[in-house]
Write a protein that binds this ligand. Structure first.
Ligand code: SAM
Length: 182
């Protein structure tokens, strides 16, 4: 996806459905395109806004697991996924709950992830738990993205991350995007 395609998709997906600014998401999209990410886990589906972009990057043969605690079904998400480009599995539940973790582990199986996106609860304990519970699923060379790193509770969890990595960058635009390359 080039910048023109990104801008076009952002306008059709709808600014109310993507819960971040385009310039923030473009940084993340470029990072996951650079590693040709195909296997992804998103914490925080919301309206399916960021998921729409991840679907485009994953493309044919890709697989995305997306988790949200909100009670609605995936079919009622406002962004259209009726003809998905890749396999998308929605898991309803609190990301830190043992039953959700179990479902995610089963969905991921033995093949590691290329990309983990943490964009669910902003509570420090939950962000930390999301990282602790799911970062081990990402392959070396894969990417872990955080949104809302400018939020103090998320920033606290972000600052505490201390695992081997190639790079760890806080992009201080809008709500803040953190990108760790393992
Ligand atoms: C900021 S929104 C996600 C935005 C979305 N990634 C986007 O920009 O298109 C956060 C979402 O996380 C969900 N959420 C909050 N706490 C959660 C938790 N503990 N487990 C799973 N989902 C959670 C909320 O229901 C909400 O839909």
């Amino acid at each position: 996806m080039d910048k023109n395609q990104f801008d076009s998709l952002f306008s059709t997906t709808g600014i109310t459905n993507v819960i971040q600014r385009p310039e923030e998401l473009w940084i993340l999209v470029q990072a996951i395109q650079a590693i040709s990410a195909k296997r992804m886990l998103e914490i925080g589906t919301a309206n399916g806004g960021t998921l729409k972009f991840f679907e485009q990057v994953a493309g044919s043969g890709g697989r995305i697991i997306t988790v949200d605690s909100a009670g609605r079904s995936f079919e009622s998400v406002p962004v259209d996924f009726s003809n998905p480009l890749c396999d998308i599995q929605f898991i309803q539940g609190f990301s830190q709950a043992p039953e959700t973790i179990e479902k995610v582990m089963q969905a991921v199986g033995d093949e590691p992830l290329d990309f983990l996106f943490i964009d669910g609860s902003h509570e420090y304990e939950v962000v930390k738990a999301d990282f602790d519970n799911y970062h081990g699923l990402v392959r070396p060379g894969g990417i872990i993205g955080f949104h809302d790193v400018n939020c103090p509770t998320v920033k606290r969890a972000w600052n505490e991350i201390n695992i081997p990595h190639q790079s760890k960058v806080h992009h201080d635009l809008g709500l803040g995007t953190g990108i760790i390359k393992l």
